[in-house]
Structures are given as C-alpha cells and as structure tokens.
Design a binder for this molecule. Structure first.
Ligand SMILES: [Zn+2]
Length: 275
C-alpha cells in the first residue's frame, strides 16, 4: 500500500511539473504531504532530528538568554500569523552558536533553527524577521515533510518519526547542517515561502523588503568569508526572478510594514562579538 502511495506521489509530482502550473502543483503537493504525514508524525520526526543534530552533528545553542529571548520575541508576531495559516503547530525556535555559518532552516513539527552567523550578517530587524518568516513559511507549506518523503520514501520517514530509523534521521540531520541539496526545496516552494515570508514580516510591522536587501547583501558578499559563510544563499539562490517575485507580492498584496530600523539588533550583534 505504501509503495503504491509513493508511486502515486511521484507520478502526481511529475504530472504537476509537466503541467508547469506552480500554484496548482504546490497545493496538490501540500494535500498529498498532509495525507501522508500527520501533524503528530511531523512533531515526532522534528524531535528525532533535533536529537540527532545535538548528539551527532554537535550543534551548540547560544547560552546568552538575552540573545535567545531577542530572537524569540522578534519571531513571536511572525509565528502568530503562521499559526492562522496552519493551526496546531508547536513552534520551537533554536539559536545555533556558529558565527561562521550564515544559515537557517526549518524541520517538520515547527522547529526553526537560525545560526548566529546569519544574525551577524543582518543589518536590520526586517532582514532577520524576513528570514524567520520565510522559514516559518516552509513549515506552513509542509515543504520539509514533503521533501523528506520524496527523497527517502514514506516508509523510511514514518519509521524515522517513530524513532525506528536512525539511519534516515542521521541522513536528514547531516543534510540540514551541511546545506545539502537532497533536502533543498524546489523553486516553487521557495517562491511560496518568500510569499509567506513577505506577508508575515509585513504583518509583524517590518518592511517586507528586508528579505530582498538580505538576499542582495549575501550575494554581494559571496565567496568572501570561508566555506560555511553562504550556506543559506546556496540553498536560496537570489536571482532576479526571485527578487522580482517578492516585489510583485509586496505590490499586489499592498504589504505595508514600515519598520526598517536596526532596532535592538546592533546590541545583540555586539553580544555575539560583532566588531
Ligand atoms: Zn527557503
């Protein structure tokens, strides 16, 4: 039965891609992901992946409570909006202590991870809020769960959620930390997450163009500061199409968030050792 479902999933996705209708394809994928993995399974899977990240991938969290509290309170109004689009997710925000890596990712179950390197690379609260809102959008769209089912198969993922497939969990964790292509989202999902990101950031009164300036900044600095520096950019190519799409969403949906100030960010960056 599961094999048939997997085949059905592959076939439907292939048909969707051929049809080339992004919006319909995304909602079809979402519907399939929703029927394949329950919210409870997502939550269990997110928990397994977190344990793996901590034990095998040796991620370390920021200890300074002021930094953690800052990121959580910045994210709180974003999450309130994401909750309206997808109720029932128990969001968890983790700040990874790694100033040399500019990265952020989301896993099933509403786990959002942001690296201190990304916080240090942002200049305004709108930029950081834009990234957190974009990652929240991947959770709302159930993108991570779908990518995992696509790559590993339904059975491996449901077994992983039960804690019965350590190999699959290890693969997922390694891919996430390494910015690996296997779990990278497709173009349609990225555009969808950009749309959620712009809407949520604006709804939290941030300038929705923060996501655009952040992409542009990373692109300018590309190749500068060592291998880990541009991990987020490598899974989030900042091409002209992408930026034009965000601008279009801002205009069409009349997104009006105006906060474009550094706010409390410089003080937090100083705590993280910014020069
Ligand atoms: Zn993304």
């Amino acid at each position: 039965m599961q094999r048939i479902l997997s085949m059905f999933l592959g076939l439907t996705l292939a048909m969707g891609v051929t049809a080339g209708c992004t919006k319909q394809r995304i909602s079809a994928e979402k519907a399939i992901a929703a029927t394949l993995i329950s919210d409870e399974q997502e939550e269990d899977l997110g928990k397994q992946v977190k344990q793996e990240l901590e034990t095998k991938e040796k991620i370390k969290y920021v200890q300074d409570p002021a930094v953690v509290e800052y990121v959580r309170s910045l994210s709180a109004p974003i999450i309130r909006q994401a909750n309206k689009d997808r109720p029932g997710v128990k969001w968890k925000i983790n700040v990874i202590d790694d100033p040399k890596t500019v990265n952020a990712f989301a896993t099933p179950g509403g786990y959002l991870y942001v690296y201190t390197g990304l916080i240090l690379a942002a200049d305004t609260e709108a930029e950081l809020a834009g990234v957190m809102a974009h990652e929240a959008g991947h959770v709302v769209g159930r993108h991570s769960a779908r990518a995992m089912v696509n790559q590993l198969g339904l059975q491996a993922v449901t077994q992983a959620a039960l804690g019965k497939n350590p190999g699959a969990v290890a693969t997922i964790a390694t891919q996430l930390v390494g910015g690996g292509a296997m779990l990278a989202h497709g173009r349609g999902e990225e555009l969808e997450a950009d749309e959620y990101g712009a809407r949520y950031a604006s709804g939290a009164s941030h300038d929705p163009r923060g996501l655009i300036t952040f992409f542009q900044k990373l692109q300018e600095q590309q190749g500068g500061d060592g291998p880990g520096f541009m991990k987020w950019l490598s899974t989030h190519p900042a091409n002209k199409d992408r930026i034009a799409n965000i601008q279009k969403i801002i205009a069409e949906k009349k997104l009006r968030g105006s906060n474009n100030s550094p706010g409390g960010l410089p003080a937090i960056k100083q705590k993280l050792g910014a020069k």
